[in-house]
Ligand binder design. Structure first.
Ligand code: AMP
Ligand code: MG
Length: 317
């Protein structure tokens, strides 16, 4: 159900959930300071309560309302990348709801770079918890149509067109003057290293619970297989017809339903979920996916595809 910005503010202030556009993916938003509202996010998504939510704020001046520490390293990253697709995990103030942070001592914060989301945050005066507006483990939505297809026609959606980044934010956890990459995104590790002035600290042992780190995630209904080479994918397709395919670069698959994304990471990311939604709707027996190149620029897209195609190894294997 498409709603106006005024209606969205009204619903959010009354503790209801609203799907909102951001530059990454559509979020299922609710007042981050209202625990009943937060509970509605978990219920709508059927998301386990041990997976913390990202709190979206209107500007960096609000970090101190949520975080108990705002170290110089976090300041530098905020200056360089906000508003934008970077989430910072910082020590939480005691009064931040333990439901939002799923019992973690930390809170995840982001200022989104989307005019509608920013206006909503500013005009409502709220911090908005907003995980992707889809059921747990399923494909993230990058259009209002995707949201309604996944959560039902009754879900209130603020339509802001198609998302420009197309995959979820990079998540960086900050401890004093060190940092750790919790989830790759389109702001890549090299860009963060440059601004941070030092590489990630790999030796940090506390790994927060993270739905973005679950092995099966971002996944279509149709079974998916990931191939490390184009010939291997073509061999499989030749032996088992009826599949659909997602390729990167030149299109030579010649299957019935093939989507070929450009060999350009930012464009491929923008179109990734929409392509998977389209292939899912084609009702193929399987979606054959070519793995993009094993280079840092493709890390975030590769991460999402590995999780979309994750298959637990059975005990007999
Ligand atoms: P999403 O499903 O896109 O909302 O992802 C939420 C992500 O934010 C998770 O994957 C976590 O890695 C991260 N996150 C959120 N809140 C926290 C927190 N309090 N501490 C650590 N990580 C968090
Ligand atoms: Mg999600």
């Amino acid at each position: 159900m498409r709603i106006s910005p005024a209606k969205a503010i009204d619903l959010l202030q009354r503790g209801e959930v609203v799907a909102i556009p951001t530059e990454t993916v559509y979020g299922l938003a609710a007042d981050a300071s209202n625990e009943l509202a937060i509970a509605k996010i978990y219920a709508t998504k059927q998301r386990p309560a041990n997976n913390p939510l990202i709190v979206h704020i209107a500007s960096a001046t609000q970090v101190v309302d949520w975080a108990s520490e705002f170290p110089p390293l976090a300041h530098r990253l905020v200056q360089a990348f906000w508003p934008g697709p970077l989430t910072l995990v910082l020590p939480a103030r005691a009064e931040v709801s333990t439901i939002v942070r799923a019992g973690e001592p930390t809170v995840a914060l982001r200022v989104p770079a989307h005019p509608i989301a920013l206006a909503l945050l500013r005009d409502s005066g709220l911090g908005l918890a907003a995980p992707s507006a889809n059921k747990y483990t399923q494909l993230s939505p990058t259009t209002a149509d995707h949201v309604e297809a996944g959560l039902g026609a009754e879900i209130p959606v603020l339509d802001g067109g198609a998302c420009q980044i197309g995959i979820e934010s990079t998540i960086v956890s900050i401890t004093g003057d060190t940092w750790q990459l919790l989830r790759p995104g389109m702001i890549d590790e090299a860009a963060i290293t440059l601004i941070a002035g030092r590489p990630a600290n790999q030796s940090v042992t506390h790994t927060p619970k993270a739905p973005g780190q679950h092995l099966l995630h971002y996944s279509p209904h149709t079974p998916c297989l990931l191939f490390t080479s184009r010939p291997a994918l073509m061999d499989y397709a030749a032996n088992k017809p009826g599949g659909a395919a997602l390729l990167f670069g030149d299109d030579i698959a010649n299957l019935k339903t093939t989507i070929t994304l450009p060999a350009e990471p930012a464009v491929a990311a923008e179109q990734l979920y929409a392509s998977l939604h389209t292939l899912d709707a084609a009702q193929a027996s399987v979606i054959l996916i070519e793995s993009p190149p094993d280079t840092p620029a493709w890390a975030a897209v590769r991460d999402r595809l590995q999780r979309a195609t994750y298959q637990p190894v059975s005990q007999n294997d």
